[in-house]
Design a protein around this ligand. Structure first.
Ligand code: OFO
Length: 173
């Protein structure tokens, strides 16, 4: 496997792994704060990120490269509010999108059209994830500090009336 491509994909593994940990920390915070619907949503999201990481690990290894499993960095323990969580989540997704675009760029420079094709799955996944995070954040901004509204929001997430369509081959978000 082309070394630059291998390095770029391994860097992406770090990103997906940190996304999974980050959302796991958010899920745990939500669970401890009585927000069970949000916790369920974020636990699922964390699983989905792990799946994104695994998909890269397998792709690299199947193509003769060597996937490197990164150390786990400790994410935040405390979050200010639901709005704070989803603001951070959107910012994080935007940085992941940038990094995916960087990998796609390396694929084009190295004329690796197979990996370029593989990465298109991530490109559309990022579109969905950013759109979902924006929708959720818009709802939270409307709700503001209204406790009844926040209760209903959390219940909606529990019943998954706010959720992304499952990406091809991936678990439901
Ligand atoms: Fe892996 O899609 Fe979010 O980060």
């Amino acid at each position: 496997m082309n070394k630059r491509i291998e390095e770029a994909l391994n860097q992406q593994i770090i990103k997906e792994s940190s996304s999974s940990q980050f959302y796991l920390a958010m899920a745990s915070w939500a669970e401890n704060n009585g927000l069970n619907g949000t916790a369920k949503f974020l636990y699922q999201h964390s699983d989905e990120e792990r799946f994104h990481m695994l998909k890269l690990v397998k792709f690299i290894n199947e193509r003769g490269g060597r996937a490197v499993i990164p150390a786990v960095a400790k994410p935040a323990v405390e979050f200010e509010s639901l709005e704070n969580i989803f603001t951070l989540l959107l910012q994080h997704e935007m940085s992941v999108t940038e990094s995916i675009n960087g990998v796609v760029d390396v694929c084009l420079q190295e004329k690796d059209y197979t990996t370029h094709n593989f990465m298109q799955w991530y490109v559309s996944e990022q579109l969905e994830e950013e759109a979902l995070a924006r929708t959720i954040l818009d709802k939270l901004k409307l709700i503001g500090s209204d406790k009844g509204g926040l209760y209903l929001f959390d219940r909606d997430l529990e019943n998954s009336s706010i959720s992304a369509a499952p990406a091809n081959g991936g678990p439901a978000a």
